[in-house]
Design a protein around this ligand. Structure first.
Ligand code: NAP
Length: 521
């Protein structure tokens, strides 16, 4: 590769320098209609430690005054000026001529960077010290020929190449991340949409000079964009480097998952160089995703709906209970081994045994207890298996009788109609349905009168922690176990399987409680 213009050489050197020193940067996009709000957010972000902002001129209503935006700008916070057309996801409603005039004006003003779309790059000449970000956007897909696209953009005199495409498949993330890794001109390549979120988080591991974030998570300027706060506080973006180990949850959908918050908090507390990402993986993309895992740097995964059963075909070793449960919620990649575990099983049993006496006692305090399990899905399965293994007498009630019959048959227990559940005499009640979960917090799977003081009531629903079932049970003087207890325990077990380290449960519990706090009730 020829050395290129001095600014480009400098930018490349800066990239290599940053790569080596591992100082990933977040560029926060500011899109506001009034100059004073742009300037206020810029100041605020600089105070919060942002080192780069993108001022989106296409959001400004009325006459745009770049000089005003740049006067009194905070020091140590570089500025990108962007004025995005509608076809590239922007809001610009003026003429193309006026838009290009603004970009030239920004360059004359000496802003640090100006964002120039690839197709107009030849019309906006390089001038002064302003660096050129040559950009490409695709809101439909991630093109197959990324390397060709990069080569074409490299001819547009860029200091930085920016490629933002839409991920329709998780494999698109890997293609974009590897493009960044291999590029000689500093390249910011990201996939938009929720499938693309990992490409934003993992950018520094693959050599990105920076990535984009939004000022506030409710004001994303591009699909799938995370906020500056989320990038910093949840993912600790600036700590991610080439050696960072990758973990994550695979699910579809995945946006609701609180696992990234609790696992990342645990990594931080233990000083582990690792990041935990939300990977949205549709069912038909699972096989390719597992093939890509190694190249993404993935060492372990939490597995949830719809992959708990399908993941089995990718494992070459399983923890013994997994065979009987036929569902995996944790995968560890250990050298050539891909090992499956079910931490829901251990977590639920530990919660119950602890409530009744002692974890792991022989015989188990669950022995001969009459248990009524509501629901026959993914969570009911390990719980019914665990209860039966400990000698409990289990009855399953499920809305779909066929499912409870199948579960009862598998684990040699009893099934009853959903409508008769209130009449079943039991010592232990376990809710494995989503009834009572946010936003349906006024619902309970059992009437208050059917709850007796002698009962232990375990609600696996964890959002909210105090479900109506838990509140009713407490008011009837029943002993209770909440879904938060189970969730934290299963996550602690996962964390141990991932890192072979223990983390105080209070760290995960506090983060979880904060995440499901008053806002989500
Ligand atoms: P799942 O596989 O979809 O099974 C849900 C079960 O609940 C099915 O038997 C379903 O019956 C039944 N159900 C759903 N809505 C119902 C309703 N309105 N009335 C009666 N029955 C209903 O889900 P899952 O993976 O087992 O998860 C169930 C719940 O467990 C989740 O919502 C979550 O709150 C909780 N959970 C907790 C943890 C934890 O760590 N605390 C972990 C995972 C899950 P049909 O077959 O008729 O649909």
């Amino acid at each position: 590769m020829p050395p290129g213009p001095p600014d480009r050489v400098a930018a490349r050197l800066l990239r290599d320098f940053c790569k080596e020193l591992m100082i990933p940067m977040i560029c926060v996009a500011i899109g506001r209609s009034r100059h004073k709000h742009i300037m206020a957010e810029h100041r605020h972000l600089a105070e919060e430690g942002a080192k780069m902002v993108e001022l989106r001129l296409d959001y400004v209503a009325g006459r745009i005054n770049i000089g005003r935006l740049m006067a009194n700008r905070p020091e140590n916070c570089q500025v990108i000026i962007t004025c995005r057309r509608r076809e590239d996801g922007g809001k610009w409603s003026g003429t193309e001529e006026a838009r290009q005039l603004l970009l030239r004006e920004a360059i004359a003003e000496g802003v640090d960077y100006v964002d120039i779309e690839e197709d107009i790059a030849a019309q906006i000449p390089r001038f002064g010290k302003t660096k050129r970000i040559i950009s490409y956007h695709n809101f439909r897909k991630t093109p197959k020929d990324l390397r060709d696209l990069y080569t074409r953009m490299a001819k547009c005199d860029p200091d930085i190449i920016k490629i933002a495409t839409t991920a329709n498949d998780p494999h698109d993330n890997l293609r974009m991340l590897e493009l960044m890794q291999e590029s000689e001109i500093p390249t910011v390549a990201m996939c938009m949409g929720d499938i693309g979120t990992p490409s934003r988080i993992l950018a520094p591991k693959f050599g990105a000079p920076f990535t984009y974030a939004t000022f506030h998570h409710e004001r994303a300027l591009a699909p799938g964009q995370l906020s500056f706060k989320q990038m910093n506080e949840i993912y600790r973006y600036e700590d991610i480097n080439l050696d960072t180990a990758v973990y994550g949850v695979i699910a579809d959908p995945v946006g609701h998952s609180l696992s990234p918050q609790i696992h990342n908090a645990a990594f931080h507390a233990k000083g582990v160089n690792a990041v935990y990402c939300p990977f949205r993986v549709p069912s038909d993309s699972l096989d390719q995703f597992i093939k890509d895992a190694h190249r993404l740097g993935i060492r372990g995964l939490s597995v949830t709906i719809p992959h708990k059963e399908a993941i089995a075909r990718h494992l070459n070793k399983i923890d013994p209970p997994v065979k009987s449960i036929a569902a995996v919620n944790t995968v560890v990649f250990d050298g050539a081994e891909t090992i499956g575990y079910n931490t829901d099983y251990n977590a639920a049993m530990d919660c119950l045994e602890q409530a009744l006496g002692k974890v792991g006692a022989q015989p188990s305090p669950l022995k001969n207890k009459r248990a009524l399990v509501l629901g026959a899905g993914g969570v009911a399965r390990p719980i019914v298996f665990g209860l039966r293994k400990r000698g409990a007498l289990v009855t399953v009630a499920s809305r779909t009788r066929k499912r409870s019959d199948r579960l009862a048959e598998t684990y040699d227990c009893k099934a009853v109609d959903w409508e008769t559940r209130q009449r079943v005499h039991c010592d232990l009640l376990v809710n494995c349905t989503p009834i009572g979960m946010h936003p349906n917090v006024d619902e309970s799977p059992m009437s208050k009168t059917s709850l007796k003081p002698s009962m232990l009531v375990f609600d696996t629903v964890y959002n909210p922690e105090s479900t109506l079932l838990i509140k009713d049970s407490r008011s009837q003087n029943c002993q209770t176990v909440t879904g938060v207890e189970m969730f934290v325990r299963q996550a602690l077990l996962q964390f141990f399987l991932f890192t072979r380290q223990e983390v105080p449960s209070s760290i995960m519990r506090d983060v979880l409680k904060k995440a499901i706090g008053p806002v989500r009730y």
